[in-house]
Design a protein around this ligand. Structure first.
Ligand code: GAL
Length: 672
């Protein structure tokens, strides 16, 4: 499926364009340079509200008309923003209910961005009016290719505790629970004298003397994701009404905890996301990007996504912000394509001269573009990307999935746990095994249809409904392999413990019972030993006292009062098998386990490659595309095994052995 009907035969290429920061004389230079760089799409007007609407009764579109026309004349399409992410100062002065309030009751003022409460009726009214104006004005404009709704919802204002938010929270709760009795039961309010007698007594979880009610907090996070989604839907409904057929998206960020992308995905016409790996983290950076691409691609499996923002080089919002080394921007861009992107875009086209982001590298910088390494690389990529047009619309098939659920993350983030667990970190660590072996992998929710998968990995699936546990159990029963890890199946959707023994509803499929959790402090730990090989592996962070109820131990603990107890187990169940990893082993232990699990599940890598060479496959229209990405700064030779085809960037036939330059990439259209 193609992302942009108006751009059916080209990989999208461009960036955020903020012409309102510049004198119109610069605009001519901008479009000239855009053409030189092969730009075919820009995200326009993302933070222009105060320029588009100088007061309550006046809209000023003249400047936007001119720039839309100029772009159209130059064959550059526009992903037009709805400009609602940064309300103008006049709005919050006149309608102070627009402003968000933090958990301490402190109002967050204008003077930055995202200065709005998602539940403010004034914000909603004025945002809707602006979107209608924009859609009516540009509905037939030849440059309009897509809508960019708002910007990174909840990035800065991850929650709001205003009176409007409290009122909206109550309405959300009434819809969910119907009666106060139901709410009191779900929230466990008999604990610490919290029983509610009227709805008016209920607030958002504001700052309190000690740990706040966990279910209240969990519901508030669900509410917040829904409140922002309501805003997206509000804008989308107007856009659908006035510009049917023009796709609309919003730029997601997979690790912004406030937004549950999975519930949002059906409302987005295509997925787009902002990817900012940290160049300081070495090869962890490209793995960080791979996780994000896989999370985002999995939100809509049947179509590609758009990498809508990445840095041309450096950012400024970390404490140390080095540039991307030569070749890295190209490599990471092509990595996104390899993992399912049909467009590569940047923040931002021209580096700002003023404001908080002026040192973030632009595609065009502060100096002469003709003398800029970054612009030279941008131009070179603009020449190459059209060669990858055959990949458009193709997708990334995968037989392995990681269960990742924001409800689990939110529940694990709550206070008062045996230890703080880094859920996204643990999921990423498990993903890394598959990434390093070129095994395609999706991220799914526990209620997903699992039929196409051979192996499902469920890290710390702490919160799990009985229905979702049954989904996993049936998957195993039908012949699938499930690997669950420690601290799974502990609580239900209300964050109430599933009684009768851990891991609750997973006990039957895993064939075991967990009696105690053993979290470790710094420098503490245990070790486990594999029964079959005798290999031993240190355990840190977490271990458990496990009793077998049908499963057999693959590894045992070697120390402490539970020495000899099962650490890793295997349980034949129905036609499949369920594994349980009760501890956090070191990399060698994890690798040994996963090698065994993957081999038994019959999962194959795309290609065996030397270290730091990533291989992926995209498929579509009966064609297959093998991408090879060399993340090392030295040339490397890769055996293509039985693959042969045409390397699209060079246009040459390849088979046998292929040499990839340092940070080099090959994209091969395979011959069957
Ligand atoms: C993104 C944001 C952009 C810009 C960019 C800077 O998170 O959407 O507007 O701020 O970061 O790196």
């Amino acid at each position: 499926m193609k992302l942009l009907p108006k751009l059916p035969n080209a990989i999208a290429y461009g960036g955020d364009y903020n012409p309102e920061q510049w004198d119109p004389a610069v605009w001519q230079e901008d479009v000239r340079l855009m053409r030189e760089a092969g730009v075919n799409l820009v995200s326009l007007a993302i933070f222009s509200w105060s320029k588009l609407q100088p007061n309550e009764d006046t809209y000023e579109f003249g400047w936007l008309d001119r720039i839309m026309d100029l772009l159209a004349e130059n064959g550059i399409l526009v992903c037009l923003a709805t400009a609602t992410a940064s309300p103008p100062p006049w709005l919050s002065v006149k309608y102070p209910d627009v402003l968000p309030v933090d958990a301490s009751g402190l109002t967050l003022h204008h003077g930055s961005r995202q200065n709005y409460s998602p539940s403010s009726p004034s914000y909603q009214r004025f945002a809707a009016a602006l979107v209608r104006q924009l859609a009516e004005r540009y509905r037939a404009h030849p440059a309009l290719a897509a809508w960019h709704v708002n910007n990174e919802y909840a990035c800065h204002t991850s929650e709001c505790h205003s009176a409007d938010s409290a009122a909206a929270f109550r309405v959300w709760l009434q819809k969910k629970y119907g009666t106060l009795d139901q709410l009191n039961a779900a929230w466990g309010t008999a604990f610490w004298s919290q029983i509610y007698q009227t709805w008016e007594e209920i607030f958002t979880p504001r700052r309190a003397p000690h740990d706040r009610n966990p279910t209240q907090q969990l519901d508030f996070r669900r509410f917040t994701s829904d409140a922002y989604r309501h805003l997206f839907r509000m804008e989308k409904a107007i856009l659908n009404e006035l510009t049917p057929g023009v796709p609309a998206t919003t730029n997601l960020v997979w690790f912004i905890r406030a937004i549950d992308g999975r519930t949002w995905a059906p409302d987005l016409d295509f997925i787009s996301w902002d990817c900012y790996p940290d160049p300081l983290t070495g090869h962890a950076a490209e793995h960080f990007a791979a996780v994000g691409h896989d999370v985002m691609r999995s939100l809509k499996k049947d179509r590609p996504f758009l990498l809508i923002e990445q840095a041309p080089s450096a950012v400024t919002w970390r404490s140390i912000n080095p540039p991307k080394a030569p070749g890295v921007m190209r490599l990471w861009s092509l990595q996104a394509v390899a993992r399912g992107a049909d467009g590569i875009m940047f923040f931002q086209w021209r580096a700002s001269q003023s404001g908080a982001e002026k040192y973030i590298t632009g595609m065009v910088g502060h100096g002469d573009p003709a003398q800029s390494r970054v612009f030279a690389e941008i131009k070179a990529l603009g020449v190459e990307l059209p060669k990858l047009a055959p990949l458009l619309g193709s997708t990334v098939p995968s037989r392995v999935a990681i269960v990742f659920d924001w409800s689990v993350c939110w529940a694990l983030d709550l206070e008062a746990k045996p230890a703080r667990l880094d859920y996204p970190g643990w999921a990423s660590e498990l993903h890394r095994y598959f990434y390093e072996r070129n095994i395609p992998i999706d991220f799914i929710r526990p209620d997903a249809a699992l039929d196409g998968y051979a192996l499902v990995v469920a890290p710390a699936l702490y919160l799990l409904t009985q229905k979702d546990a049954a989904n996993l159990e049936q998957f195993v029963e039908r012949g699938g392999s499930l690997l669950a890890t420690y601290f799974s199946g502990i609580v239900d959707e209300n964050e109430h413990v599933v009684l009768g023994g851990y891991p609750g509803h997973l006990r039957r499929v895993l064939g075991l019972r967990v009696e105690e959790w053993i979290p470790f402090g710094e420098g503490q730990g245990n070790a486990l030993q594999f029964t079959a090989t005798g290999q031993s592996s240190p355990v840190t962070q977490w271990a458990e006292v496990v009793h077998l109820e049908g499963a057999r131990a693959l590894a045992q603990y070697t120390g402490d009062f539970y020495a000899g107890g099962p650490a890793i187990t295997e349980h034949a169940f129905g036609r499949g098998v369920a594994y349980y990893l009760s501890a956090k082993p070191d990399n060698s232990g994890l690798t040994s386990l996963l090698d065994q699990v993957v081999a038994k599940a019959g999962v194959q890598p795309v290609l065996k490659t030397p270290p730091l060479v990533e291989a992926t496959l995209r498929e579509g229209d009966g064609e297959r595309y093998l991408s090879l990405l060399n993340h090392s700064p030295a040339a490397v030779s890769v055996s293509l095994a039985a693959y042969r085809g045409t390397e699209l960037l060079s246009g040459t036939a390849v088979s046998g052995q292929l040499t990839l330059a340092a940070r080099g990439v090959a994209v091969i259209q395979l011959h069957s």
